[in-house]
Design a protein around this ligand. Structure first.
Ligand code: MG
Length: 385
């Protein structure tokens, strides 16, 4: 809300329709949008308690490692539930040479993943041999972990690369032994009947800097070779690589992400039939509210609001009848009588004008002319003063 005028409209409307504060306020629903702009009927996002400090897990995250135990992890063996030989060292999870990859006990698909890691303080080896590990989303797609501070290697194998596919946009590595962070937004490729129906994407922030910008995944990670996407389950275990170097990890948490589209109220609805379905649902709810009220103008206001979501000729006729009942005695009333009804007259005019301007009702919708005449005749418009 930018102007005092907007606030004024809000208040006058709410005087007769307190249950629908923003009724007929923003641009109306259309083929692509089930809601008005600024629609208070839209489902409010869930409240999630944030972590205490930046980088801490929000309340809805699955904490995979908080420094205290390895209960969320197992060895990457054919059998399930084999404890890993990776070590717990001063609140960090340290890779052990020869112990093999570790994997989460739980499986995940689309996710937001936070991982902190540090390569060994003592610098050993070069190129891919220095502080190498990796985070494998779904166990398949590697985000490289490597000491890339003054350590040349092939760009598509640097820290922050999607290994073998996409170098990071910048090298924002900290030095050996220092803690670094990855924040990954991962959308898996989706398959139906063995066919790819949606590409997979990976976005990565390394130490807060964007290094992968919605990278389209080409295939599971390979070494020295290109791979092709192949169908897989919607949820698979996350893996972290043992590449022979004692890389440490801490503060690992993951948030599962809902589908971006077709996901109901929170995601955008892309299918026009789904949009209209949602609009009809909202309209029905508003009509129910209208039926529950015994105040005629409130009822009229609610029914008008419902028309913005779903056009129904019989509802339009009800609105005309309700408004005529209110307006008829005012047509030839004296100024004092009309003045006393100024607030509802102006609020109704706002709503009726909204419907007419947005072509929800016809430009010659009968109550509009009556309201305009009343406002002009008695000089009720606050904007003209
Ligand atoms: Mg690696």
């Amino acid at each position: 809300m930018k102007t005092t005028h907007t606030v004024a409209v809000f208040c006058t409307v709410s005087m007769i329709a307190t249950s629908s504060l923003a009724a007929l306020y923003g641009a109306p629903p259309d083929k692509r949008h089930a809601w008005q702009v600024h629609d208070t009927r839209r489902e409010a996002p869930a409240i999630v308690a944030p972590g205490a400090r930046p980088g801490d897990a929000p309340a809805d995250a699955v904490v995979l490692f908080d420094g205290s135990d390895l209960s969320q992890w197992e060895a990457n063996k054919p059998e399930k539930g084999v404890p890993t030989k990776w070590r717990l060292v001063n609140g960090a999870l340290e890779s052990v040479k020869g112990a093999g990859y570790i994997r989460t006990r739980q499986s995940f698909g689309d996710c937001q993943l936070h991982v902190e890691w540090a390569t060994p303080t003592e610098v050993k080896g070069n190129s891919q041999g220095r502080g190498n590990s990796g985070v494998f989303l779904m166990g398949l797609y590697e985000v490289q972990v490597l000491d890339c501070y003054n350590n040349f290697t092939y760009p598509d194998g640097q820290a922050g690369s999607v290994y073998g596919q996409s170098p990071p946009l910048v090298n924002v590595s900290r030095g050996p032994g220092q803690w670094q962070s990855y924040d990954i937004i991962f959308r898996q490729p989706r398959f139906q009947n063995g066919e790819l129906v949606r590409e997979g994407y990976l976005t990565l922030l390394h130490n807060g800097a964007l290094v992968q910008d919605h990278w389209v995944l080409e295939g599971p990670t390979g070494h020295k070779r290109r791979t092709k996407l192949r169908p897989h389950d919607d949820k698979l275990q996350l893996r972290i690589q043992d590449h022979g170097n004692p890389v440490r990890f801490r503060n690992i948490w993951i948030r599962e992400l809902p589908e971006r589209s077709g996901g109901g109220l929170k995601g955008p609805l892309t299918d026009p039939a789904a949009v209209q379905g949602k609009r009809n649902e909202i309209a029905a709810e508003i009509r129910q509210e209208a039926n529950a009220t015994s105040v005629p103008l409130q009822k009229a206001q609610l029914l008008m609001e419902s028309l913005a979501y779903e056009s129904r000729p019989e509802i339009e006729r009800s609105v005309v009848a309700l408004l005529s009942e209110f307006l008829a005695p005012l047509k030839n009333a004296d100024r004092a009588t009309v003045e006393a009804k100024k607030a509802p007259i102006l609020a109704l005019r706002t709503s009726v004008k909204y419907l007419s301007t947005n072509q929800i009702v016809a430009a010659d919708f009968p109550p509009l002319k009556v309201l305009e005449t009343l406002v002009r005749k008695h000089d009720l418009d606050p904007k003209r003063k």
